[in-house]
Structures are given as structure tokens and as C-alpha cells.
Design a protein around this ligand. Structure first.
Ligand SMILES: Cc1ncc(COP(=O)(O)O)c(C=O)c1O
Length: 425
């Protein structure tokens, strides 16, 4: 195809998640008692999309102009304020009191926020440090911006116990390597409620990671350092604002915030407010200098303008009105709690069933997914599919979409994994 540029020609392959979803759908349509553990959207136990009823009702009362009009290029001011609150929670005031300035730019979902970070915080050709495993589209966001990926292991090796669920040593040595060879160091961390594993770092591990990042920035004062926390699922986690708490703790303990360091949150309202298709999120940033935050407002607003124009308006308007009153915020969180409970009861059952059937499942705490690390993920997923349990084989393991699996079918998934691994050996 002569008309496709070489970088266009490189874009190949169907999304693996959607192709396994299609297999589930075909099996179900043919009458099989099939289990859908493929998709990344929260479904009720009867298989329909879970909707936060308070958000839905509020959206339906919005005036026509709020649906139709453009939003300001950088986002509606009330929504930007809400974004900072959703990222930092009850620690917002403490962080401001400790000298941090906050800013935000509205984006089309969390994906838009990731794109803004990829396009502005790393020099072309540099590698961005990711935890191995990571959400597949990260690779595309980075590649599209001329960036590479470097990784550190998902979990510490067996004999390392000092930092639960974090290979601090590998993280720190990767940072050192990148800081020695690049003009910019950026790391993306999907925490809490990591996709694809459901892992959440403990307070101790968050503190250790932040401390290592601050030290690297201090040692390498001419290298920009950006810690990007991907908050796609945080509002379903046990400690939704653990990172804000950890940052406050570090500042309280007197750790110096180097001028060349930025912390930001890629906020997504897709899951937390069940508005996946309304494409609403924000990049939220924290820095001790107000001028830096103002500069970032401009840079991100201009990048958005050059890419998607403005982010959609209606949810920005409706949700900032909803959360403006205590009553509205509580109504939303009542629904959110119901959905979070659905996830945690499925997870609890699943982990218990895995223990019962001796399935060596990865640690999993919060959010939409659990993870089975294995050498041949396709063979394991195929063996499960032959039992009409549909999961997603990814690099290094199989993703179990607890978000989609009816609570009553969760044990069947553990049984299928047990048979699959027995068969494969
Ligand atoms: C890890 C992770 N980050 C970011 C996103 C972005 O979500 P959206 O762009 O739909 O808000 C998702 C969505 O699936 C995700 O799983």
C-alpha cells in the first residue's frame, strides 16, 4: 500500500482483547454456557454493563447546550478543580499546605492524559520506564511519540522481602541507567489496582519508590524526572488516595522535592463514573513552583488543541456540578461502593477458589483484573476456552477479567485454570 507511510505500515494486528471477546460471543451465540473473562468493563452479575445510576441520572438532566458546545481548550475550570480532588482526595489541603501547587488539563479519558505525558515529558528516542507487565496500549502511545520502553520486573525475587510487590532494586538501577544516558527520565506506574494484575503497592513500597525517584532527581539535576501515576482504577481501590498520602508523608518527613521533578496523575473517569464512551479524564500535575504549573497548563492545552481540539464537555459539566455538593458526592460514592463491593466479592471468591484448586495465581488486591503468570499464555487460554472459559493471553500471562465474570461463575474460572495447567504440565 504505497499510500501508507512506513510508520503507518507498522501498525498491524487486531486487538487481542477484542479477538478473545469475539470468541466468547460466538460460543455464547452457539448456545454454550460460556464465561466471559475477556473485557475490561465492569458488568453486573447478569452480564449487562454496570452503570453508576447517580451519574446516569445527572447526565440526563444536562441542558442541550452542555452536550453540544465545545468545552474550553484546557477544560472547564470547575472540572479541573474536581480532577485535582479526585486525584488527591482528602490529602489535597495537606499537600497545598506543604508547598505544592496543583494544575490540571482536561483530556479525552485517561488515554488522552497518557498521550499528553508521552508527547511532552520525554525526549524523542528516550526510553520510558514501565513495570513489566503493563497495559498493552502504553507501547503504542510511546511509539507514536517516538519513544521506547524500558522495563523492570513486576515483583521482587523470592528472597527479597523489604518492599512488598515492588522490585525496588531493579527499579532504582533502571533509573540510574536511564538518568546516565538520557535527558529525561519518565516512569509510568498504574497503581493502585494495576491492569493486568490487580496489584496495589503498600504504603511502604510507595514511599520507597518515591524516595528512590526523588534521590535520582537530586543526583541528576540536569535530567528532568516525571513520575506518572496512571489512575485508571484508583477509585475502586482500598486506598484510593494512597499516593497523595505518601507524597504528603515524604514532604512532612522533610524529603526535598527537586525542582527537576514532576509528579502527575493520568486520571480517567471512564470506570469510576461508568462513562467509558464519554471520553473524560485529566492530566493532574504537582510541583512546588506555581510558574511551572502555569507553564504546564499552556503546554498541555496547546498539545490537546493540536491533537483532539477540546475534550468533550458534557461529563465535565455534569460531574463538577454533581461533586460540588456533599449530597451529590455521597450519592455517587454510594453507587461506586456497590460496584467496588461487586469486584471485591468476586476477587475474594476467586483467590479462595485458586487456593482450593492449587492454582498458582499472582497476588491481586484491587480493581478489575487478576493475573496468571505463565510461560505459554496462549496454550493456557486455549485450554480454558476448550472449557468455555474465555480469558485473555497477554505477554507473560493470562488476564482474568473479574470485572466481567458473574460472581457465581468465578469458581469455574479457577477450576478451568487448574485443568489447563494440569493438561499443559
Ligand atoms: C491501565 C489503564 N490506563 C488507562 C486507561 C485509559 O482509559 P480511558 O482512556 O478509557 O479513560 C485504561 C483503560 O482501560 C487502563 O486500563
Amino acid at each position: 500500500m504505497q499510500y501508507l507511510a512506513s510508520h503507518g505500515q507498522d501498525k498491524t494486528g487486531n486487538d487481542v482483547i477484542f479477538s478473545w471477546l469475539a470468541r466468547y460471543q460466538n460460543a455464547a451465540a452457539a448456545g454454550a454456557a460460556a464465561v466471559n473473562g475477556t473485557i475490561g468493563a465492569l458488568l453486573e452479575d447478569d452480564g449487562i454493563l454496570a452503570i453508576n445510576a447517580v451519574v446516569d441520572a445527572a447526565l440526563r438532566t444536562a441542558p442541550a447546550a452542555e452536550f453540544a458546545a465545545y468545552a474550553p481548550l484546557k477544560g472547564l475550570p470547575a472540572f479541573l478543580d474536581l480532577s485535582v480532588s479526585l486525584a488527591l482526595g482528602e490529602h489535597r489541603q495537606a499537600l497545598v499546605g506543604l508547598g505544592l501547587h496543583t494544575g490540571a488539563t482536561a483530556t479525552p479519558g485517561g488515554s488522552g492524559a497518557l498521550y499528553l505525558a508521552a508527547s511532552n515529558f520525554a525526549e524523542r528516542g528516550d526510553a520510558v520506564l514501565l513495570r513489566d507487565r503493563f497495559w498493552g496500549p502504553y507501547a503504542g502511545f510511546l511509539e507514536g511519540c517516538g519513544l521506547k520502553a524500558a522495563t523492570y520486573p513486576l515483583l521482587p525475587s523470592m528472597n527479597e522481602t523489604s518492599t512488598p510487590h515492588l522490585d525496588l532494586e531493579a527499579f532504582s538501577s533502571s533509573l540510574d541507567e536511564l538518568a546516565a544516558t538520557q535527558q529525561s527520565v519518565m516512569t509510568w506506574l498504574n497503581d493502585p489496582a494495576h491492569n493486568p494484575t490487580g496489584l496495589s503497592l503498600t504504603g511502604e513500597s510507595r514511599y520507597a519508590l518515591l524516595n528512590a525517584f526523588m534521590e535520582s532527581a537530586t543526583r541528576n539535576e540536569h535530567v528532568g524526572h516525571t513520575l506518572l501515576l496512571d489512575s485508571a482504577y484508583h477509585l475502586y481501590a482500598d486506598e484510593p488516595h494512597g499516593w497523595a498520602e505518601t507524597i504528603a508523608e515524604a514532604l512532612d518527613a522533610g524529603l526535598p522535592w527537586p525542582e527537576n521533578m514532576l509528579v502527575c496523575f493520568a486520571l480517567s473517569l471512564s470506570k469510576s463514573h461508568t462513562i467509558y464512551g464519554l471520553r473524560t479524564g485529566a492530566l493532574v500535575y504537582l510541583h512546588p513552583e506555581e510558574a511551572s504549573v502555569h507553564r504546564l497548563n499552556d503546554v498541555m492545552g496547546i498539545t490537546g488543541r493540536q491533537t483532539w481540539s477540546a475534550a468533550p464537555r458534557v461529563a465535565q459539566h455534569v460531574l463538577s456540578e454533581l461533586h460540588a455538593t456533599q449530597e451529590g458526592g455521597q450519592a455517587w460514592s454510594g453507587e461506586r461502593d456497590r460496584l467496588a463491593e461487586l469486584l471485591s466479592s468476586r476477587r475474594e471468591r476467586f483467590l479462595q477458589a485458586c487456593a482450593k484448586h492449587s492454582v498458582n495465581i499472582n497476588p491481586s488486591h484491587d480493581g478489575f483484573f487478576a493475573w496468571y503468570e505463565c510461560d505459554d499464555p496462549v496454550a493456557v487460554a486455549e485450554a480454558c476456552a476448550s472449557q468455555h472459559v474465555y480469558l485473555v493471553p497477554l505477554t507473560g500471562g493470562v488476564r482474568i477479567g473479574l470485572c466481567a465474570i458473574p460472581t457465581s461463575e468465578v469458581e469455574r474460572v479457577a477450576e478451568a485454570l487448574a485443568r489447563a495447567t494440569e493438561a499443559i504440565g
